[in-house]
Write a protein that binds this ligand. Structure first.
Ligand SMILES: [Zn+2]
Ligand SMILES: [Zn+2]
Length: 130
């Protein structure tokens, strides 16, 4: 392993960013200005990777701010964890672990209830107990 360059983002990641080359102006295709924001670029410009468009080579580049912004938009929010609700017998993404009472041992194991069932059955999540 050797230190190679100071690029802040991996080219593979950048290649995944949406870039509509067709809509780019001449300066944007030459990498003179930011492909997303249209700002003039300085030494911190990030190359998005040369590519061929309509038989012409384009050199899209962007400023770090726009790369961050566009990359952030690409990151989907983490999927809610779907857990089996022991009360309505179905998966829900609002489930919390419920305090297991002696009488409830017939369920066996940990008991989870979704938000709706917690209200319906007046259940107290384990984490909400003192
Ligand atoms: Zn920009
Ligand atoms: Zn439920």
């Amino acid at each position: 392993m050797s230190a190679s360059g100071d690029t802040t983002a991996a080219p593979e990641a950048l290649a995944l960013l949406p870039l509509n080359v067709t809509g780019l102006s001449g300066p944007q295709r030459r990498g003179a200005i930011c492909v997303w924001g249209g700002e003039s670029l300085g030494a911190d410009a990030i190359s998005l990777g040369d590519r061929i468009h309509d038989g012409t080579k384009v050199f899209p580049r962007a400023c770090p701010r726009c790369v961050d912004r566009v990359a952030a938009q690409q990151t989907p929010p983490p999927a809610p964890r779907r857990i089996w609700c022991n009360w309505h017998k179905g998966l829900a993404d609002t489930c919390l672990l419920i305090q297991v009472h002696e009488q409830a041992t017939t369920f066996g194991g940990d008991l989870y209830a979704c938000a709706k069932c917690r209200v319906t059955w007046r259940l107290t999540p384990l984490g909400d107990r003192p």
